[in-house]
Design a protein around this ligand. Structure first.
Ligand code: ATP
Length: 516
C-alpha cells in the first residue's frame, strides 16, 4: 500500500472509531482544528500521564506546574515572540495556495535525498553481496550530481535563514524550479514574514492597551514562575519544572491532520543548570528522551535525531527527535539548550531579579536552561501510525482481514472488554458483575450486541489488549475465556485471576521500571 494511502486510512480509522473528529464538522469544519472523541481522549490522557510519570514522578528534581494561558503581553515582547515568531510565507498566484517557503525548499532537498537512496537500493539489488555502498556513493555520476545539488542548495538555504534574507529564499525556489505541490504552477509571490501568534483583547474595552496573546508555547509560563517554584519548593539547581497545556499558532500551512494544528497541546520541561553545564545536560536529556520514545516499542529504527540547520536566537544547541510517519520523518519533540536568554530577558523587561544563589559555589547567577518540548498531538499520531496494522487472518480459504491497533497496552484507551457470549440465559448478569469489579481498576467496556466475532473485531480496531468472554460454562465453574489482542489466542481462566492477568499486561509501572 502506498504510504500516502496508509496515512489517509489512519485518518479515516481515527474518525470511524471515535479517536479524532474534525472540529465543528456540522458547520463544515475548521481548518487545522480537531476534537478528540471517546477513545481519543483516553489515549491522549494515557500518553500525557506516561510523560508526566517519566518526567516528574520518576525524577526527584523535576516538579510540575500549571500556568495560565493568558499572560502579561510584555512576556511575549521579552521572549522575542512579538518581533521574531515568524514563518516565511509564499503564495502561489495561480492556485492561491499558501506555503512556508522554508518547507518548500526542505521538501525539495528531501526529494533529492530520496532519489539517492533509491539509486543505492537499486544498485544493491543488482550487485548483491559484492555491493560496496561507499564506493557507489562516491563514484556514481547520478548520485554525485544530486549530492552536489543538495550541497549547493543547502548552503544557500542556511545562509538565507541566518541572514533573514527573504529575497534569496524566493530566488532559491525559482532557481530550483520548485512548483506548487498541488497545482504544479511556478507562479510565486514574494516571500513575506508572518507572525504566528493569535491575539485577543482582555476586559470590556478593545483598544491596544488590552491586547493579549494566546500563548504559542507553554515554556514562558515556566520561566516567569521559576523563582516562585524554586523558593516555595526549596529547589536546588540542577532542577526542572514541567507542564502540559494548550498552545496556539496561526500556522500558514496546516494540511497534515493533527501533525500541524492551530490549537494543540505541548508537554514541556525546562531544566535549570549552572552556566557552562548546559551542553552536558543537553546530551543527558537527548538520550533520556530518546529512550522514552523507544520504550513504546513502535520500532527503534523509526526514530532519528535531526540537528537544527539554523539555531533559534536563544539556543546554543538544538536537535529534534523525528519519527518515520507514513508521510516521512517528521519532528515529534525538540530538545533545546536555551542558554540564559529567557530568564535574562524577563529580568530586563520585568525589572525583577531572576537570579539563583548557589550555596555550593557561594555565588548568584542566572541559570542556563535545557528544554524538552514534545507535542502531545504529534505523539498521539505517532502511537496511531506505529500501531495501525491490517492483518490477514489465517482461516483456510478465507480472505478475511482485521484492522488492529497494536497500541502499547498501558496506553490503550480501553484495557479490557467484557462480553457475554449471548444476550440470554443469565450471562449478561454474570458479565455485569465481573465488569463492576474490573472497572474499579481499569477502563472497561461492556458489549453484548452482535456476534462475538464482530465484537472482537471492534475491540481490535480500538486496540483493547484483552477481551473476557462469559459463556455457559462460566455459570458452572466460574471460569471465563480471555483473548489476547495480538495473538488472538483464547485461554480459559478462573474469574478471580482475570484482574491480575490484565494488570500484569497493562501496568504502566512495569513500563516505567524499564526506563530505569
Ligand atoms: P515545526 O518545525 O514542525 O513547526 P517547531 O520546531 O516550531 O515545529 P517547537 O516550537 O519546537 O516546534 O514545539 C515543540 C513541539 O510542539 C514540536 O516538536 C511539535 O511536536 C509540537 N508542535 C509545534 N507546532 C505544532 C503544531 N502546529 N501542531 C501540533 N504540534 C505542534
Amino acid at each position: 500500500m502506498a504510504q500516502e494511502d496508509l496515512f489517509k486510512k489512519i485518518i479515516a480509522h481515527a474518525k470511524e472509531y471515535g479517536f479524532v473528529f474534525p472540529s465543528s464538522e456540522i458547520y463544515d469544519g475548521m481548518s487545522a482544528v480537531y476534537d478528540y472523541g471517546q477513545n481519543g481522549v483516553e489515549l491522549k490522557n494515557n500518553i500525557r500521564r506516561y510523560w508526566w510519570d517519566a518526567m516528574v514522578t520518576m525524577n526527584e528534581n523535576v516538579v510540575g506546574l500549571d500556568s495560565a494561558i493568558f499572560m502579561h503581553p510584555d512576556i511575549w515582547k521579552a521572549s522575542g515572540h512579538v518581533d521574531a515568531f515568524n514563518d516565511p510565507l509564499i503564495d502561489n498566484k495561480d492556485s492561491k495556495k499558501r506555503y512556508r517557503a522554508d518547507q518548500l525548499i526542505e521538501d525539495y532537498i528531501d526529494k533529492l535525498r530520496r532519489k539517492i537512496e533509491k539509486e543505492v537500493t537499486k544498485a544493491a539489488k543488482r550487485f548483491g553481496d559484492s555491493f560496496d555502498s561507499e564506493q557507489f556513493l562516491s563514484t556514481n555520476p547520478r548520485v554525485l550530481s544530486n549530492q552536489e545539488k543538495i550541497d549547493t542548495v543547502h548552503k544557500r538555504f542556511v545562509k538565507a535563514l541566518e541572514d533573514d534574507d527573504l529575497e534569496e529564499l524566493k530566488q532559491i525556489i525559482l532557481d530550483c524550479e520548485i512548483a506548487d505541490p498541488e497545482s504544479g504552477s511556478r507562479n510565486w509571490t514574494d516571500v513575506r514574514q508572518f507572525n504566528l501568534m493569535f491575539d485577543t483583547s482582555i476586559g470590556s474595552v478593545s483598544d491596544t492597551a488590552s491586547k493579549i496573546y494566546l500563548r504559542p508555547e507553554t515554556a514562558q509560563g515556566i520561566f516567569v514562575n521559576f523563582l516562585n517554584v524554586q523558593k516555595s519548593g526549596r529547589m536546588k539547581i540542577p532542577f526542572g519544572i514541567a507542564q502540559t497545556g494548550k498552545a496556539f499558532r496561526n500556522e500558514i500551512v496546516a494540511r497534515q491532520f493533527i501533525m500541524r494544528m492551530r490549537e494543540f497541546e505541548q508537554m514541556e520541561m525546562q531544566f535549570f543548570v549552572p552556566p557552562g553545564e548546559e551542553l552536558k545536560w543537553f546530551e543527558y536529556w537527548k538520550e533520556t528522551r530518546m529512550r522514552w520514545h523507544k520504550s513504546l516499542g513502535l520500532g527503534g529504527e523509526n526514530y532519528r535525531f535531526h540537528d537544527h540547520d539554523k539555531l533559534a536566537h536563544y539556543a546554543n544547541a538544538a536537535t529534534d527527535i523525528e519519527y518515520n510517519f507514513p508521510i516521512g520523518f517528521k519532528e515529534v519533540e525538540g530538545i533545546h539548550s536555551r542558554t540564559d536568554f529567557d530568564l535574562t530577558q524577563h529580568q530586563k523587561f520585568s525589572g525583577k531579579k531572576m537570579q539563583y544563589f548557589d550555596n555550593d559555589l557561594n555565588a548568584s547567577y542566572i541559570p542556563f536552561v535545557v528544554e524538552t518540548s514534545i507535542g502531545l498531538d504529534r505523539m498521539f499520531l505517532t502511537v496511531l501510525a506505529g500501531s495501525y496494522l491490517e492483518e490477514k487472518l489465517e482461516k483456510e480459504g478465507s480472505d478475511e482481514q482485521r484492522i488492529v491497533l497494536k497500541i502499547p497496552p498501558f496506553l490503550a484507551p480501553v484495557k479490557v472488554a467484557v462480553l457475554p457470549l449471548v444476550k440470554k440465559d443469565g450471562l449478561p448478569d454474570v458479565a455485569r458483575k465481573i465488569m463492576n469489579e474490573l472497572k474499579l481498576d481499569f477502563n472497561c467496556q461492556y458489549e453484548e450486541k452482535d456476534s462475538i466475532g464482530r465484537r472482537y473485531r471492534r475491540q481490535d480496531a480500538i486496540g483493547t489488549p484483552y477481551c473476557i468472554t462469559i459463556d455457559h460454562q462460566t455459570k458452572d465453574d466460574d471460569t471465563v475465556t480471555i483473548r489476547d489482542r495480538d495473538t488472538m489466542k483464547q485461554e480459559r481462566i478462573p474469574i478471580k485471576q482475570a484482574r491480575d492477568i490484565v494488570q500484569q499486561k497493562v501496568s504502566a509501572q512495569n513500563q516505567l521500571r524499564k526506563l530505569g
